[in-house]
Design a protein around this ligand. Structure first.
Ligand code: NAD
Length: 484
């Protein structure tokens, strides 16, 4: 069947809604301030390589200032404040995120490279939802199941990645604040701008100084933060490699730790699945956010009888995806976040070909400037190949086949990770059978990549430990909670 690819007129979102400053300070003790022992770095747009702004790189003395400010605010203001008063601030932040959602969405797409359709419809609404949801908990903690009067841990040091910059900030800040902790947050070095706009929102919400501090910088700033003796709890989202490093640093310190790390999820399609729906779910599972998603369905396991049809349908569907300007509202696939990430995707994809898998991409022209990778599918993939084992963190799908549910379970679990999985079938009993046997923190049935603040998210094995969201997520910020 021939694919019709309509020509769309460009529909760019107005960049003028964002008021970029040439230079940004660190957000410490309620104010923006220059680094005292750090330096500056530039953040660029991955779709155009244009420098967007200069950002401060916090050194150890800056991190120390931020931690001290957070400690003071925790002991004197935020900790003693009744939950119902803390809730008001969280509601206010949530409403301001909604009010400024267009500005936040455009800024996120500029700095990260993701399509504005996604930042507008997923990242920003979910970030607001996390603040709303946790505002609701702030005065009801005694009903959360962690004792009659659960206590905060103190000061949380939080380090986040670049794939969902504002959303990850919300995942970290909202539960910490709801439970009476104060925070020092370090955004990723390639995407600091939405966290800095959030800092302005916190000022607008009149959050007391020091309750949230935001220190920008790279790995050095992150490592100074997690090693700081004034931190009671570390919450980290990022690569398994850095997660392990942090775990080693914290061993024996008595600090609480939660780790949200990488993944290599299996998306399993049975022959009785609603196939057109499954194809949409597979596409959403791996090409959403250019595949820069820890829980991406990067391994498609499809039952042999329908494998050929599913691959053909996927090819047709991938041929309709639009790659290009992240600010165009018609764009499906945006830019790869950094040249380093692009190199990693290229290297792993080349290894797929070298190891004997068949590579396919739709005809797709890549813009001249910026970092781009076409949607790519590998068929004939063997479980031992690197593209079936390693996290690519890009728009690359590896297709494997299976005959029986047992074989699907064995292949799905044949990974050191354990973050997410998907099952597509008409049979409810089969969904339950599979969900009980798949070693993954989240199992989606007949859908994929769905998130809700009330639903705990997290992994185990090399995908980390601890949960974010829901009642379980509160435990990670309460003394006597369930974290590691
Ligand atoms: P990364 O580990 O390189 O960086 C993550 C953050 O850690 C950044 O802010 C970085 O500056 C900081 N960092 C780097 N070295 C550090 C150190 N030694 N000490 C403290 N902090 C340090 O990861 P990344 O490339 O930015 O993100 C991609 C990874 O994150 C992927 O593996 C992905 O699966 C994972 N991820 C997981 C989840 C989840 O919820 N499980 C969500 C998003 C991303």
């Amino acid at each position: 069947m021939a694919t019709t690819r309509f020509t769309y007129a460009p529909a760019p979102e107005a960049r003028s809604v964002v008021n970029l400053k040439p230079s940004y300070g660190l957000f410490i003790d309620g104010d923006f301030t220059g680094p005292i022992d750090g330096s500056h770095f530039k953040t660029e747009s991955p779709s155009s390589q244009e420098v967007l702004a200069e950002v401060s790189e916090a050194g150890p003395a800056d991190v120390d200032r931020a931690v001290r400010s957070a400690r003071k605010a925790q002991e004197e203001v935020w900790g003693p404040m009744p939950g119902k008063e803390r809730a008001k601030y969280l509601f206010r932040i949530a409403r301001l995120v909604q009010e400024r959602s267009r500005e936040l969405a455009v800024l996120e797409s500029l700095d990260n490279g993701k399509p504005v359709r996604e930042s507008r419809d997923v990242d920003i609404p979910l970030a607001a939802a996390h603040f709303f949801y946790h505002a609701g908990w702030a005065d009801k903690l005694s009903y959360a199941g962690y004792g009659a009067d659960p206590k905060p841990l103190g000061v949380a040091g939080q380090v986040i990645p670049w794939n969902f910059p504002l959303l990850m900030a919300a995942w970290k800040l909202a539960p910490a604040l709801a439970t009476g902790n104060t925070c020092v947050l370090k955004p990723a070095e390639t995407t600091p701008l939405s966290a800095l706009l959030l800092a302005e929102i916190l000022q607008q919400a009149e959050l007391p100084p020091g309750v949230v501090n935001i220190v920008t910088g790279a790995g050095g700033t992150g490592s100074a933060l997690v090693a700081h003796p004034g931190i009671d709890k570390v919450a980290f989202t990022g690569s398994t490699e850095v997660g392990k490093l942090i775990q080693r640093t914290l061993a024996g310190t008595g600090k609480h730790l939660t780790l949200e790390l990488g993944g290599k999820a299996a998306n399993i399609v049975f022959d009785d699945a609603p196939l057109s729906q499954a194809v949409e779910g597979i596409v959403n599972g791996i090409f959403f956010n250019q595949g820069h998603v820890c829980c991406a369905g990067s391994r498609l396991l499809v039952q042999e009888a329908v494998a050929e049809g599913v691959v053909e349908a996927l090819k047709r569907r991938l041929g309709t995806l639009r790659l290009g300007d992240p600010l165009d509202k018609n764009t499906d696939i945006g830019a790869i976040n950094s040249p380093q990430q692009l190199d990693k995707i290229r290297e792993l994809s080349d290894s797929g070909e070298a190891e004997g898998a068949q590579r396919w991409s739709p005809a797709c022209s890549l813009p001249e400037r910026g970092y781009w990778f076409p949607p790519t599918m590998f068929t004939g993939v063997a479980p031992a190949q690197r593209i079936a084992r390693e996290e690519i963190f890009g728009p690359v799908l590896s297709v494997l086949t299976f005959r029986t549910p047992e074989e699907a379970i064995e292949k799905a679990n044949n990974t050191p990770y354990g973050l997410s999985a998907g099952v597509w079938t008409e049979k409810g009993s089969r969904i339950l059978h599979m969900a009980a046997r798949l070693r993954a923190g989240v199992v989606w049935a007949n859908t994929f990549n769905r998130f809700d603040p009330s639903s705990p998210f997290g992994g185990y094995r090399e995908s980390g430990f601890g949960r974010e969201g829901g009642r379980h997520g509160l435990a990670a910020y309460l003394a006597g909670g369930l974290d590691g």
